[in-house]
Design a protein around this ligand. Structure first.
Ligand code: ATP
Length: 256
């Protein structure tokens, strides 16, 4: 694999507004083959929009989005509606993702016993695993996951991130995922980007979790699993999400 093959996707200085409201501001990032990049940020920070930009589902006002030639992407969206009246087994649903052994992938995700269940009858946590299995069936180079652990209890979340990590090792794809729970994903993540319209901080999970801006955004997090923070930050955000230099909070600023 050449160096250029290792880079799956690149965003350069991407900015985007909806109805004159800035949603993404000067966002640059790259995703490497075989690596896990986690996007973390508060509600409305632009995380899902960022994934949609990457997927080509959302155009940008300025900046560049480039994907490696013939990049195959597996996507797990934040929500998906399935017609309650449609007779559909888990196996059939997963097989819709692509050619391959649906039962094997479901087994790898420890939901093999559900193959013949109706997709409407399984639990929220089981459904997240099934969605993941369907995305893996595409044999992706890049897996794009928008809050893959939503609706899953804390134990189950840890297991799900473990499964994502194992699948990544087995199949070799890169992963970009949105998560609200850095303390749970950090052990399974190579890089973290903390997003609040723009990139507030980024780096390895240990650094981001101790970052003042991350802590301002997420408040007190459980200490368990958090490691040492090592770099500095020079700004905060006002109530509208605008950047305010450190020691120069705006009138509306809600940060401490
Ligand atoms: N098509 C659209 N038109 C107008 N506004 C939009 C559109 N899509 C998203 N937005 C707005 O952009 C902002 C960012 O939305 P986005 O879904 O990217 O946030 P998020 O960080 O994923 O949030 P959450 O954690 O709550 O899922 C929100 O205020 C949302 O209402």
């Amino acid at each position: 694999m050449t160096d250029s093959d290792k880079i799956l996707a690149v965003l350069k200085h991407v900015s985007l507004s909806f109805e004159k409201r800035q949603i993404l501001q000067d966002v640059s990032l790259s995703i490497e083959a075989g690596k896990v990049l986690t996007i973390i940020g508060p509600n409305g920070a632009g995380k899902s929009t960022l994934l949609k930009v990457l997927l080509g589902l959302q155009t940008v006002d300025s900046g560049e989005v480039s994907l490696r030639a013939n990049l195959r992407i597996g996507y797990v969206p934040q929500s998906i509606n399935i017609d309650n009246t449609m007779p559909l087994t888990v196996k059939r649903f997963v097989a819709l993702g692509g050619k391959g052994d649906a039962v094997k992938v479901l087994d790898e995700l420890k939901v093999g016993h559900l193959v013949d269940s109706s997709i409407q009858s399984i639990s929220g946590g089981e459904f997240q695993r099934v969605l993941l299995a369907r995305a893996v069936m595409r044999k992706p180079d890049l897996l794009v996951l928008d809050e893959p652990a939503q609706g899953v209890d804390v134990m189950g979340q840890g297991e799900l991130y473990e499964h994502i990590s194992q699948l990544r090792q087995r199949y070799g794809f890169g992963v970009i995922m949105v998560s609200h729970d850095l303390h749970l994903v950090m052990a399974k993540t190579d890089q973290v980007i903390c997003l609040n319209q723009h990139i507030c901080c980024h780096g390895v999970p240990d650094d981001v979790s101790r970052h003042p801006e991350y802590q301002r955004l997420f408040g007190d997090m459980p200490d368990a699993g958090l490691a040492v923070y090592t770099h500095h930050h020079d700004h905060t955000h006002d109530i509208h999400g605008n950047v305010v230099p450190e020691n120069g909070h705006g009138e509306d600023c809600q940060h401490g």
